[in-house]
Design a protein around this ligand. Structure first.
Ligand SMILES: NC(=O)c1ccc[n+]([C@@H]2O[C@H](COP(=O)([O-])OP(=O)(O)OC[C@H]3O[C@@H](n4cnc5c(N)ncnc54)[C@H](O)[C@@H]3O)[C@@H](O)[C@H]2O)c1
Ligand SMILES: [Zn+2]
Length: 364
């Protein structure tokens, strides 16, 4: 059995480990080594993930705890709200969970964000474990301690920073993930290469067949590398005051599209389109070459992600970018590629440049 481990610091101190494995077999050992045995465990999962993996996880935890409860909520972003949070609080109170007990998020980013938020707030904070089962959650959302829920029409409006005690990934869970969801996760992974590591970006394109075939060793290398990139960014800037914003590459225009399409497109799909717009802007500025731009579009397309969007007006997208909450005052903190593998934040992007970039990704 192989097992990879990445240690993540928070505020300069060791905070938690990310464990990558090909099954769930190391989970209870990892918890025991953190002295987290003999606690109550509440495993939270959604209606797709629960039937697939909950039973196995409960069985594996039984030797280290005789108080395991689970709660399964309706899958989907629409459940990431305060109503579901209330449901979980009620169950925790019912089962007399106290400060020593542990919440386990078994699922994708929705589950991780929701369960993490419950853990951040129940009794002013209890321990929680991330067991991500989507590519997006493995490579992105389970690391960094951002938790939260949507409120009214606002995404991630209510939240808290709360670091997990452990992130445990069973890469084989990706085998049951719908292809569309897998591709959406690839969008963030391509982003990691583009913003921080050109070799990794090229490696992704060169290994696309093995990645798409879900070859476990290739997935392991890929998720490991993406976790290392995400780790380095969040360690340097745990509360998103500076460099962490580079992770928003493709997200300014991506979020605008996501919102204008009423969340009918997957986040990763919107980010893919947003990355093309941001790459086009970077090309027009003379940072990257036309060849680089075409290469990026080719890679995004190769991973089954959209490269353009229809049915939207350029002006609406532009105005929606101005409402993005990642904006500081009325300046847009736009992330450009200075070159492949190196992103920079720019506050001088003009309306004209934005409009040109938006036009580039619009089709009728
Ligand atoms: N906290 C952060 O830093 C951060 C970063 C990025 C995104 N997010 C959040 O993450 C969420 C998106 O995450 P997501 O894409 O993982 O969505 P998700 O959790 O909704 O999962 C996507 C779909 O896949 C299903 N699923 C999950 N694992 C499966 C498996 N192994 N087999 C079969 N089906 C499976 C789910 O039930 C769901 O239908 C958004 O709410 C976003 O805001 C958070
Ligand atoms: Zn994203």
């Amino acid at each position: 059995m192989y097992q990879d481990k990445i240690d993540v610091n928070f505020d300069g101190k060791p905070a938690y480990s990310i464990i990558l494995n090909k099954d769930f077999s190391g989970l209870s050992e990892a918890l025991t080594s953190l002295d987290l045995q003999n606690r109550r465990f509440m495993i939270i999962s959604d209606s797709n993930v629960g039937p697939l993996y909950l039973k196995e996880c409960i069985e594996l935890l039984k030797p280290i705890s005789d108080k395991i409860t689970s709660l399964t909520f309706e899958a989907g972003e629409l459940s990431k709200n305060l109503d579901t949070v209330k449901l979980v609080y009620n169950r925790l109170i019912d089962k007399r969970f106290d400060r020593r007990d542990i919440i386990v998020a078994l699922g994708g980013g929705v589950t991780g964000d929701l369960a993490g938020f419950v853990a951040a707030t129940y009794l002013r904070g209890v321990d929680f474990i991330q067991v991500p089962t989507t590519l997006l959650a493995m490579a992105d959302s389970s690391i960094g301690g951002k938790t939260g829920v949507d409120f009214l029409t606002y995404k991630n409006m209510i939240g808290a920073f709360h670091q997990p005690k452990l992130v445990y990934m069973n890469l084989s869970t990706l085998k049951t993930l719908p292809v569309k969801e897998f591709n959406a996760g690839m969008s963030e992974i391509i982003k990691h290469g583009l913003i921080k590591d050109e070799d990794y970006y090229n490696w992704l394109t060169n290994n696309q067949d093995a990645i798409k075939a879900l070859d476990i060793d290739t997935l392991r290398k890929m998720v490991y590398k993406s976790c290392m990139i995400k780790k380095s960014v969040v360690e340097a800037d745990p509360k998103e005051k500076g460099d962490r914003a580079l992770l928003n590459f493709g997200h300014t225009i991506g979020h605008a599209i996501e919102k204008l399409k009423d969340f009918s497109l997957l986040h990763g799909d919107c980010v893919a389109i947003g990355m093309i717009a941001a790459s086009y802007l970077s090309y027009r500025r003379g940072y990257i070459s036309k060849n680089d731009l075409e290469n990026i579009i080719g890679s995004i397309d190769a991973f089954g992600l959209p490269t353009s969007v229809s049915g939207l007006l350029e002006r609406d997208i532009y105005l929606a970018t101005k409402l993005d909450k990642k904006m500081q005052s009325d300046k847009i903190n736009f992330i450009c590629l200075q070159k492949l593998g190196h992103a920079i934040m720019d506050t001088t992007v003009s309306e004209h440049e934005m409009t040109e970039a938006i036009k580039f990704i619009l089709t009728d």
